[in-house]
Design a protein around this ligand. Sequence first.
Ligand code: XIL
Length: 458
Amino acid sequence: MRPRTRTLQATLTLAVAGVLAAGMTVALAPAASAGTTLRASAAEKGRYFGAAVATGKLSTSAYTTVLNREFNSVTAENEMKWDATEPSQGRFSYTGGDRLVSHAQANGMGVRGHALLWHQQQPSWAQGLSGSALRSAAINHVTQVATHYRGKVYAWDVVNEAFADGGSGGRRDSNLQRTGNDWIEAAFRAARAADPGAKLCYNDYNTDGINAKSTGIYNMVRDFKSRGVPIDCVGFQSHLGTTLAGDYQANLQRFADLGVDVQITELDVMTGSNQANIYGAVTRACLAISRCTSITVWGVRDCDSWRGSDNALLFDCNGNKKAAYTSVLNALNAGGTSTPPPTSTPPPPTSTPPPTSPPPGTGGCSASVSLNTWSGGFVATVKVTAGANGTRGWTVSVALPGGSAVTNAWSATAAGSTGTVGFTNVDYNGQLAAGQVTEFGFQGTGAAPGATPTCTAS
Ligand code: XIL
């Protein structure tokens, strides 16, 4: 039944590509519809509407009846977390996650992967590690799990909840944070190398408006985009109380404006007279943003919720639709960006970029490397600076110690893996103006390179 999932994913990809190719200036008329389920209505708008699933409940028909009828995306509530997938170091267990993937494929649903690295729900062996041993174990975890699920998840929460609450706008203290501030970008790079097709997300809570925490995350995403760290999306958990911040949508929009998708990833709302309104407002906010690609609620029925007696979900414990459900469905049917027909080709660009005269090249270039090392491996980040005449392309040669090998590279193509390895620019970063800087990186096993790399411009 895999083709059904593929078709859905292809349709969504086309829809998003079409919207993006059309340019943000093109206002698409909201398409009213009369979808009768959340999944049908969301799919019409080119979005996923998902639920967190405890795989143990997949054998309960009262549960799967609602799940299969209403949702076209699933997230493992616990089964893809570190403690579940690597219970002892280097021994991986995918039983629960694989079961969910099979269910999704059989029912035309996409899968959101959750979560590769998090300070909670770590296996006890990882909790006992620190420094380079933990860094190495964490990157290996990302690589192994993302490789196992390659092609089966449309997005990954690569890093979950790394920012502190309160007014600091900074990182939360954790064993992972203590391995060095660059642990997040190292994780994203490893995830991209392992599964180039998945959207890579940063996910957090208490980010439901413009506040110190969401601004700290915003600054990180902006920095990642400027340096070429592979990040594609930001997840807003949206565990909500009895009010919704007035700038909820504006906050999503400012992230989308950085060039990342936004996703509502763990929505649940405190019961009460405002519950249905808040659900509706969150849905409208997402639909108003073409880059808001999915909404996931954190459970199916109230009694499935981690929030216990908050009755925070869309269905009561018997699977009956609540007022909040109707509010969401109406919001889905009322508006948002319409999905271009899947067969249409993307429209041509609205304006042709002015011709740029190629830089003369031959002005040389220089390269410098910064390293993260641990016993048995390393990640190298290489900065390439164009010389006086700019570059049309460049190749950086790195001499590896004997016994070391490159295992993956990003933003450059590696020729070979051992000895002296040449890294050549990819399409978008070869042409540099005089003095302009770009970065690429690679990961390797064994000892890190010691000598300064050489750069040759063309
Ligand atoms: C929760 C699950 O729902 C519970 O079953 C588990 O006991 C604890 O974790 N933020 C997250 C989710 O990113 O993974 C959490 O899920 C809820 C908070």
